[in-house]
Ligand binder design. Structure first.
Ligand SMILES: Cc1ncc(COP(=O)(O)O)c(C=O)c1O
Length: 424
C-alpha cells in the first residue's frame, strides 16, 4: 500500500462521526460512497486504455470544452500593468465601475441594449457562480426552475440544494433545439420561479430566433416567472448577427442575461462575466454574491474591461472557430454523419451512430464514445439526455491552418474506415 493510501485509510478508520454529518443535498451519510462512474471519468478511462493499447497512435481530442488559445496579447498587457497598481490590491466587493461601464458599452454596441451600469449590471467571477447564486435569490422549497436539457446543470443543482425542483425542457433536433413551451403543464407554471435558457445553446449549437424570445417574454409575464438567458457562447454566433435576449422588447421586464468572458474572449481561466438586465434581479444577485465572495481581482476586471472595448478580439476568435467548424462539418458529412453547421458555439452536436457494419451495436451515445476512443483514437463527449448525440468540439490543439488540415485528414481517414451505421 502506498503511504498516501495508508494515510487515507487511517483518516477513514479514525472518523467516528464526520460521515454521518453530511447534508442530504450531497448524499447524507452515503456521501462519497456512490459507485456510479460519471461520463467524464469514463472518457478518461477509455483514453488511458486507448493510449496503453496503441501507444503509437495520436489521440484526436474533440472532447475538450475549453478555448485552446491564451487571451489576446493586448488583454495580457493591460493585466501586466494593472497588477502593479497599488489601488487594485484590495477587495473588489461587487465590482469596479470600469468593468460595468465597459459591459454597458459592449451591450449597446453589439446589441443596441441600453443599460445603466450602476443598477443593471454586476460582475461575477465567471458565469458559473452566477448560476449557483441566482436560485438563492428566488427558490424556496417546492419552487421550480425550468431548465433546458441537455444543458449546463449548475442552476438546477443549486435549485435542488434549496429544496426546489427542476422541470426539464427537452431540446430536440426536430424542434430546432428550442423547448416546446406549449407542452409545459399549468401546474408546473404555478410553482415556477425561474426559467433558464441558453442561446446560443451548448451543446446543441442551436440559436433562438427573436420570435421564440418574444413567446418566452409573453409567457413569463402571464405566468409570472423570471427568465435567465445564459449567453456564454454569444460571441461565437455563426448564423448571423449575435442576438441578445435583452434586445427583444419586454425582456428587461422579465429577466437577466448572464455573459461570460471565457469563450468569446479566450479568458476561460480569468473568471470574469456579468449579470445584466432587470434592476431588481441584478440587485438580489449582487446581495447574494456579496454574501458569497469578495469580487474578482480588480486588475482582472480592468483587463476584462479593455477586452470588452475591443470588438476585434471576439471577431478573430469567431473567425477561427467558424473556419474549424466548417472543416469538421465537411469531414463528418463525408464520413456519413448527419452534421450541419451549428448556429453558434464551438460544439458540433451530431446523431450518435447506432453500430458498425462489422456487428458492434451501441445502445447509447456513451457506448459509441467508448468505441470511438478505444478503436479509432477519437475523443468526443456523449449526450444521452434527449436522444443520443455526440459532441465534437473544435477547440483541439493545432498551431496553424496546416495543422488543422492534417488533423482533419487523419480524422477523415479513421472515421471513413470505421463503418458506422445509424439505424432508427
Ligand atoms: C453553457 C455554458 N454556460 C456557462 C458556462 C460557464 O462559463 P464560465 O463560468 O467560464 O463563465 C459554460 C462553460 O462551459 C457553458 O458551456
Amino acid at each position: 500500500m502506498s503511504s498516501a493510501a495508508a494515510a487515507s485509510e487511517t483518516t477513514q478508520n479514525s472518523d467516528p462521526y464526520i460521515q454521518s454529518l453530511f447534508a442530504e443535498r450531497i448524499g447524507g451519510a452515503n456521501y462519497g460512497k456512490s459507485t456510479e462512474i460519471y461520463k467524464f471519468e469514463k472518457i478518461k478511462r477509455a483514453k488511458r486504455k486507448a493510449l496503453a493499447d496503441h501507444p503509437e497512435r495520436q489521440l484526436l481530442d474533440f472532447g475538450i470544452g475549453e478555448n485552446d488559445s491564451m487571451a489576446d496579447a493586448s488583454i495580457r498587457e493591460v493585466m501586466g500593468r494593472e497588477i502593479n497598481q497599488v489601488e487594485n490590491r484590495g477587495y473588489a466587493d461587487n465590482g469596479v465601475a470600469e468593468y460595468k461601464e465597459a459591459a454597458a458599452r459592449f451591450m449597446q454596441r453589439q446589441f443596441g441594449v441600453k443599460l445603466d451600469p450602476e443598477t443593471q449590471i454586476n460582475h461575477c467571477i465567471g458565469s458559473k457562480p452566477a448560476y449557483a447564486m441566482l436560485p438563492a435569490c428566488f427558490i424556496n422549497p417546492g419552487d421550480i426552475t425550468m431548465m433546458t436539457v441537455p444543458g449546463y446543470p449548475v442552476a438546477g443543482t443549486h435549485t435542488r440544494y434549496y429544496g426546489g425542483d427542476v422541470y426539464r425542457l427537452p431540446l430536440l433536433a426536430e424542434n430546432k433545439f428550442l423547448p416546446d413551451l406549449d407542452a409545459i403543464p399549468d401546474d408546473v407554471f404555478r410553482r415556477t420561479k425561474l426559467m433558464i435558457l441558453n442561446y446560443p445553446n451548448s451543446p446543441t449549437g442551436g440559436t433562438a430566433p427573436k420570435s421564440f424570445f418574444e413567446d418566452v417574454i409573453t409567457l413569463a409575464k402571464e405566468k409570472e416567472f423570471v427568465v435567465v438567458n445564459d449567453a456564454a457562447h454569444i460571441m461565437l454566433t455563426f448564423d448571423g448577427k449575435p442576438t441578445s435576449f435583452l434586445e427583444v422588447p419586454g425582456a428587461l421586464d422579465v429577466g437577466v442575461e448572464v455573459h461570460s468572458m471565457s469563450k468569446g474572449y479566450d479568458m476561460i481561466g480569468w473568471r470574469m462575466g456579468f449579470v445584466a438586465g432587470h434592476p431588481l434581479v441584478v440587485k438580489a444577485f449582487s446581495d447574494v454574491k456579496d454574501n458569497s465572495d469578495s469580487g474578482q481581482f480588480i486588475a482582472t476586471q480592468k483587463a476584462a474591461a479593455a477586452a470588452l472595448d475591443d470588438d476585434s478580439i471576439p471577431e478573430r476568435i469567431r473567425t477561427k472557430y467558424r473556419r474549424r467548424m466548417e472543416k469538421l462539418v465537411k469531414v463528418l458529412r463525408d464520413c456519413g454523419f448527419e452534421a450541419e453547421m451549428p448556429g453558434g458555439t464551438y460544439f458540433l452536436y451530431t446523431k450518435s451512430p447506432t453500430g458498425t457494419a462489422s456487428g458492434e451495436t451501441f445502445a447509447a451515445a456513451e457506448d459509441a464514445t467508448r468505441f470511438l476512443i478505444e478503436e479509432n483514437g477519437i475523443v468526443t463527449v456523449p449526450w444521452d439526455d434527449a436522444g443520443s448525440f455526440l459532441r465534437f468540439s473544435v477547440t483541439y490543439i493545432a498551431e496553424d491552418e496546416a495543422a488543422e488540415d492534417a488533423l482533419m485528414a487523419e480524422t477523415a481517414a479513421r472515421l471513413s474506415g470505421a463503418g458506422f451505421q445509424w439505424k432508427s
